[in-house]
Design a protein around this ligand. Structure first.
Ligand code: PMP
Length: 305
């Protein structure tokens, strides 16, 4: 990953990819207090465009606020940095990774007195859970790891440190031969995937866990809410149990990286027809129309680079 041609935006400068380095005594590297985003740009008919750039940037600023970090750039500068990185690397469609971290001036737990930094990188990244996964659905395992409790770490921050939980869950599931993990909250209710929100479909109604289950407030999740409204599908945010997922007609994950990925199996129990269901397919197709600029209603969600 580190050895590529291209440019990475760091603190206002475009740096050669190979020279984009931080010091080993960076505070965030030791204690995990940092925040990031995952954003995608799509190759639309009108040119390359970043999907919901302002919402992702807003979440980055909110994550930093929750972590008591002050990003030393304006909202507009951070939006512009993301557009610039896609442009200068001549990317048609890509994944973008903005990250804000605490510098290396001092290393006590208190970060006070340290500088705050920001970088934006971008690179081509296809289907996160595989092209086949998008079509046929993936196999998921309920994790033995619990999703963060809302007052142990801050679950509405896309915080660097939150991802050790996601890594453990994903490693456990994939080492057991599954594609991804489903995490339950501290009370045993369904929360989310290691890097995705989750939805189920029962009798043509969609259900997704409300955010008190500790799931990240996903921007794709929010996009699905809009799609449901457009398609006249009822959607309910509520507590969901793992056995409700077993007996659902359909289930799917959503995320910037995962997009809309059907779940065909949970804990070796087949969900519905054991493949991508008709409601998921409709939602997936509406989602790809929106992100690829084929639905004029959502043109404002696409920022040309
Ligand atoms: N939950 C977690 C833990 C995630 O990492 C992600 C990916 N950012 C999501 C949910 C989905 O969020 P979004 O749709 O905004 O990418």
């Amino acid at each position: 990953m580190h050895d590529r041609d291209g440019k990475i935006w760091i603190d206002g400068e475009l740096v050669e990819w190979r020279d984009a380095k931080v010091h080993v005594l960076s505070h965030t590297l030791h204690y995990g207090c940092g925040a990031f985003e995952g954003v995608r740009a799509y190759n639309t008919a009108g040119g390359t465009a970043i999907f919901r750039l302002r919402e992702h940037t807003e979440r980055l600023f909110n994550s930093a606020k929750i972590l008591r970090m002050k990003i030393p750039y304006s909202f507009e500068q951070v939006c512009e940095a993301q557009k610039e990185v896609v442009r200068v690397n001549k990317l048609e469609s890509c994944y973008l990774r903005p990250l804000t971290w605490i510098g290396s001036e001092k290393l006590g737990v208190s970060p006070k007195g340290n500088t705050i930094h920001l970088m934006v990188a971008a690179w081509p990244w296809g289907a996160y859970l595989g092209e086949e996964g998008l079509k046929r659905g993936i196999r998921v395992k309920t994790s033995s790891y619990t999703r963060h409790h809302v007052n142990i770490t801050m679950t509405q921050a896309k915080a660097v440190s939150n991802y050790s939980n996601s890594i453990l869950a994903n490693m456990e599931a994939t080492e057991d031969g599954y594609d991804e993990a489903l995490l339950l909250d501290a009370s045993g209710f369904v929360s989310e995937g290691a890097g995705e929100n989750v939805f189920i479909v029962k009798n043509n109604v969609l259900y997704t866990p409300d955010l008190s289950a500790g799931a990240l407030n996903g921007i794709t999740r929010n996009t699905i809410f809009a799609i449901c409204q457009d398609l006249g599908l009822k959607l309910v945010e509520k507590r969901i149990t793992r056995d409700e997922v077993y007996i659902a007609d359909e289930a799917f994950f959503t995320g910037t990286a995962a997009e809309v990925t059907p779940i065909r199996e949970l804990d070796r129990i087949e969900i519905g027809i054991g493949s991508r269901g008709p409601v998921t397919e409709k939602i997936q197709s509406a989602f790809f129309d929106i992100v690829n600029g084929r639905n004029p209603k959502y043109a404002e969600w696409l920022t040309k680079v």
